[in-house]
Ligand binder design. Structure first.
Ligand SMILES: [Fe+2]
Ligand SMILES: [Fe+2]
Length: 253
């Protein structure tokens, strides 16, 4: 089963505004100190009356990237079993989505251009992490390029499957920590370094960048793309990711 991955920049959005609003509302409930304080400061969401703060916007972008990491880990597991089990065109599609939405937009145009310089200028423990985060962006670009190179024919050769699986696992391990540190340390330090007016301006700037980059709502487009990739690879059913029950207490494993 093979298919040619579409260009993630030019896919129509099919995701409803209400679904986005529900997701945004849930995040707001979990992050009262973050989302509520920015409620009047940042860009409009997908439904009237729902607004997405600049930091929350980047955190939900991490949600898309984490779904790609899940695809990477699950694909690595299948590759270790048998390379031909994977439709490598879909792996290319996942890496291309990470490049367009993660590397070119989220990392390069938001974090490296706006967030990291401000955090570094503010100083403190968060500033000390910036060089490592930038180095991890660069390493991620190397790994995604490698994955695309070895997957572009649609079949990953037997000789490449372990190296590709190792690259996918290594990328996922790195970026899980990377995104978690950004969510909990960097974005919070960035938000605190800005006045309410500057934060509002940043949110509007980010929205403008997103519209230019994707010719629409980049988040909705990216969610549609990763959902299609998950379905194509057989990773689309959330229930299949429910962990098995643990051994009974007292039993020897
Ligand atoms: Fe980053
Ligand atoms: Fe990030």
């Amino acid at each position: 089963m093979t298919s040619t991955p579409p260009d993630p920049h030019h896919l129509p959005s099919r995701r409803g505004a209400l679904a986005a609003a529900v997701a945004i509302g849930g995040a707001a409930l979990l992050l009262p100190g973050c989302a509520r304080s920015e409620k009047n400061e940042d860009k409009k969401g997908g439904e009237e009356g729902v607004e997405v703060g600049a930091t929350e916007d980047m955190m939900r972008e991490h949600g898309v990237l984490r779904r790609i990491l899940v695809v990477y880990r699950a694909s690595a597991g299948l590759l270790r079993q048998e390379a031909t089990k994977i439709d490598a065109h879909q792996l290319v599609a996942a890496a291309d989505l990470f490049r367009a939405f993660g590397e070119d937009y989220h990392e390069h145009k938001l974090e490296e251009a706006h967030v990291f310089p401000a955090v570094k200028k503010a100083g403190g423990p968060a500033a000390a992490l910036i060089d490592t985060l930038i180095a991890q962006h660069a390493r991620g670009r190397e790994i995604n390029a490698f994955v695309v190179d070895r997957s572009k024919t649609g079949i990953i050769s037997a000789g490449d499957k372990v190296a590709v699986a190792d690259a996918l696992d290594g990328f996922a391990r790195m970026y899980e920590k990377h995104a978690a540190i950004e969510d909990t340390v960097i974005f919070q330090a960035w938000r605190k370094s800005l006045s309410p007016e500057a934060l509002k301006d940043a949110g509007e700037t980010f929205e403008d960048i997103e519209k230019v980059q994707f010719k629409g709502d980049g988040f909705d487009i990216a969610v549609d793309r990763i959902a299609a990739i998950e379905r194509a690879l057989g990773f689309g059913d959330l229930a299949t990711f429910t962990a098995p029950p643990p051994p009974h207490l007292g039993s020897n494993v």
